[in-house]
Each structure stands twice: as C-alpha cells, then as structure tokens.
Design a protein around this ligand. Structure first.
Ligand SMILES: Nc1ncnc2c1ncn2[C@@H]1O[C@H](COP(=O)(O)OP(=O)(O)OP(=O)(O)O)[C@@H](O)[C@H]1O
Ligand SMILES: [Mg+2]
Length: 260
C-alpha cells in the first residue's frame, strides 16, 4: 500500500469514465433524435390541421355564397320573370308571338328555379335528405340517359350539416357518374336513423377509384377533393370500391358514436 492509485486502477477508472461518457453521448443523441422526430410529427399534424381548417373555411364560404346567389336568383330574378310573364297578355302583339314569348319565358323561369335549387336545395332544408335525394335523382333521371333507383330506410332527420354534407356528396357522385362512368343505371341506398347515416351509391359503369385519378395541373378538378373534405368535416368516412364485374360502389358513413 503506497497511498496513490495503481496504474491498473487509473486504467479501470479511466475506462469506466469513458464508457459512462460514451453512454451519456449515446443517450443524449437518442433523446435528441426522439425530440426531433416528435417535433417533426407535431409540425406535420399542425400543417394537416391548418390545411383542413382552410378547406373547411373554403367550403363554408362557398356554401354561404351559394345560398346568397340562390336566394337572389329565386327572389329577384325569378319574381321579375314571373311579373313579365303576367304582363305578356297585355302586349299589343299577335297571339302566336305572345305564345312564343310565354314559352321562352317559362323555360327561363324553369332554368332559374333549377339553378337556384342546385345552389340551395330548398327541399333538403324543408323535407330532409331522404326526399331531397329522391328529388335529385328524379331530376337527373329525366335529363340524362341514366336510370336511377333508390332505396331508403328510416325516416329520422340527422343534424342539418350532416344532411347537407351527404346531399353535396351525392350530387357530386351522381354528376361524376353521368359525366364519366358510361353507366346505364345508378342505385342509391340510404339508411338514416338516430345513430347513423349510411349512403351507398353503386353504378354499372367503367369502374373507378380515386387512385385511378391522376391530378393534372391543366385540369384542377375539385369534386373528389371536396367530397373527402366534406366527409372529414363531419367526422365520417368515404370508401370507393371498384366492383369485380363492372362499375363502382361508394359508401359514405356517419355515426354518432364516432363523434367526439
Ligand atoms: N364514377 C366515375 N367513373 C369514372 N371516372 C370517374 C368517376 N368519377 C370520377 N371519375 C374520374 O375522376 C376524375 C376526377 O373527378 P372529379 O369529380 O374530382 O373532377 P371533375 O368531375 O372532372 O371536375 P369537377 O368535379 O371539379 O367539376 C374525373 O375527371 C374522371 O376522370
Ligand atoms: Mg366531379
């Protein structure tokens, strides 16, 4: 025993110190890396939330603007046209000309009513999703070659924003079927009860899922994106399925149990 540390002890202490130091550095790096990943995830979530709220605001603003235009069209343009219609018989022109004028005016009144109803479906507000969906299919069936079938179950009315979201999605799905699917029929199944709304739209067309759609800069289509945003906004889900034989089936679901 000579009081000082032996060379061996110094070596052991030195090595242990270095190991502890190395472990500390590794530990620090792991924590740092984890914090970095957490921060990145947080930023990505914030970005997603920001994008969603932007999209929500766009949809809400558009809905308000559509409402304003629809009311103006209906109350202002519509009633002016109707007033003109009643003054035609007072005109000092031959009967045939009056009839022709009345025909044209009647068709203009009809178009104004259709456009204003497209923008703000009054049937939806007054009579609910079930009747509005039926009426939409009837109108589209009369003006296109596609045959529409509908099956509905349940007669309760979900909250207004849920009805509106489902109605807008249905409008877009049916318009896309008419424009692109080359379908001969489309079938809409709608289940509405106090706990849920489930809508399935099936067609016998070419078959489609959003993955088939390539977003092109020269054709910035909005339909699919809007449908997804609307469904997200109400905390629902939308699933596209290409059917094995032909055609597409799209199911939109909203459940009260999924709401926070
Ligand atoms: N039911 C369908 N059958 C076949 N192709 C479809 C169907 N629905 C959509 N598509 C394809 O997906 C593309 C994107 O649809 P989307 O609704 O986003 O755009 P759009 O209808 O062309 O334009 P917008 O809806 O903005 O007026 C369409 O251009 C079409 O090629
Ligand atoms: Mg579309």
């Amino acid at each position: 025993m000579n009081g000082g540390l032996s060379l061996e002890s110094i070596f052991i202490i030195g090595t242990a110190g270095m190991i502890i130091l190395a472990m500390g550095v590794v530990f620090f790096l792991i924590i740092y890396q984890r914090r970095l990943v957490e921060k990145e995830n947080q930023l990505a979530l914030q970005e997603l939330a920001h994008q969603r709220s932007l999209m929500d605001a766009v949809i809400r603003t558009r809905e308000m603007e559509q409402r304003r235009i629809a009311l103006e069209l209906h109350d202002d343009v519509g009633s002016t046209l109707t007033a003109i219609k009643f003054s035609i018989p007072l005109l000092d022109v031959p009967r045939e000309k009056q009839d022709k004028l009345l025909d044209n005016l009647q068709s203009a009144i009809h178009k104004v009513r259709r456009i204003s109803n497209d923008l703000l479906p009054s049937v939806l507000e007054e009579l609910g999703l079930r009747i509005a969906a039926k009426s939409l299919m009837q109108t589209l069936g009369e003006s296109t070659g596609v045959v529409f079938y509908e099956h509905t179950e349940g007669d309760s009315r979900p909250p207004r924003d849920i009805e509106l979201a489902f109605y807008r999605v249905l409008q877009e799905l049916l318009n896309n079927i008419i424009k692109y699917a080359q379908a001969s029929f489309a079938e809409v199944y709608l289940l509405i009860d106090s706990q849920q709304v489930i809508m399935t739209v099936t067609d016998d067309g070419t078959g489609f899922t959003p993955a088939d759609h390539i977003i092109r800069e020269d054709n910035p289509s909005l339909g699919l994106r809007n449908m997804e945003s609307r469904v997200q906004q109400i905390n629902g889900s939308i699933v596209f399925k290409k059917l094995p034989e032909k055609g597409t089936s799209v199911t939109v679901t909203w459940k009260t149990t999924d709401q926070k």
